[in-house]
Design a protein around this ligand. Structure first.
Ligand SMILES: O=C(O)CCC(=O)C(=O)O
Ligand SMILES: [Fe+2]
Length: 265
């Protein structure tokens, strides 16, 4: 039997709510729109991201940097969380400026979702305040991301709004892929907390490759690709062999076909 195609390729015009539903149902592991962001715009963005005043490298992983705040970083730190919310509006404009005067690929994504999804797409708002939108991640040579899962519902167990999320997708635009390395690996599996802990590599945040099956899909991102993948399933980034890998991303929340999609970073 031929292996089931777990990857959909679309262009902005043919992309539809059926593709999103296939992703939410787990019938496919990713939807890809090649050349979603023109290479000229990617190179403008990559230059500005590398020189941005808020570029910071993670103390525990100095080969990985990011520009703009991520919500999950404030998980156990109320001061960080407050800073995150206070900075949302300014961050939106700064992020938009990465591509100015061109259309920002993350704004383009919002429009695409609004056009494709029956109930439209809005900013996530689990605390009654708008959440940030748009984040850049930089992987230097040697950097990787171990197999992990991202799910706001798990990170915020006390939050009622977060508990209504059915699933979550990461939306990535690769403004500068690694050369070579930095592949995105996707698994079919979602592990609940106990299953995850059983398979976790003790010394790291990630799953142990020896305790999980091989990835079902491996993507070599090309400049300007948009990739949508279920972030509640295990996923990883292979080691960057050469060059600097820069991706911008946000998360999308799904609460059912009648509900608006939500986006945040
Ligand atoms: O940069 C990538 O390809 C994936 C990063 C990641 O873990 C995510 O978007 O959730
Ligand atoms: Fe992730």
């Amino acid at each position: 039997m031929a292996p089931k195609n777990l990857e959909l390729t679309r262009d902005p015009e043919s992309f539809s709510s059926e593709d999103l539903l296939a992703l939410f149902r787990g019938q496919v592991l990713c939807v890809r729109i090649p050349s979603f962001c023109p290479v000229e715009v990617c190179s403008v963005m990559s230059e500005r991201i590398q020189n941005h005043h808020t570029l910071a490298y993670y103390p525990h992983a100095p080969e990985i940097g990011r520009v703009m705040n991520a919500f999950y970083e404030g998980n156990s730190d109320p001061t960080k969380r407050e800073q995150y919310y206070q900075g949302v509006r300014q961050a939106t404009f700064e992020f938009r400026n990465f591509s100015w005067p061109y259309l920002n690929p993350m704004d383009h994504l919002r429009l695409l979702l609004e056009d494709a999804w029956p109930a439209g797409a809005i900013r996530e708002n689990i605390h009654g305040r708008p959440m940030a939108f748009g984040l850049a991640q930089l992987f230097k040579k040697g950097a990787c991301a171990l197999p992990h899962q991202d799910f706001l519902r798990m990170d915020e167990p006390e939050n009622e709004r977060a508990q209504t999320l059915i699933t979550q997708v990461t939306a990535l635009v690769y403004v500068q892929p690694a050369e070579p390395g930095g592949n995105l690996q996707l698994w079919r599996e979602h592990y609940n907390h106990d299953e995850f802990m059983l398979r976790k590599n003790q010394d790291t945040y990630g799953l142990d490759y020896n305790k999980i099956p091989p990835p079902a899909v491996e993507i070599t991102p090309q400049t300007g690709d948009l990739v949508l993948a279920d972030s509640t399933k295990a996923h990883a980034v292979t080691k960057v062999e050469e060059g600097l890998r820069i991706a911008v991303n946000c998360f999308l929340g799904f609460r059912g076909i009648q509900e608006p999609l939500t986006f945040w970073s």
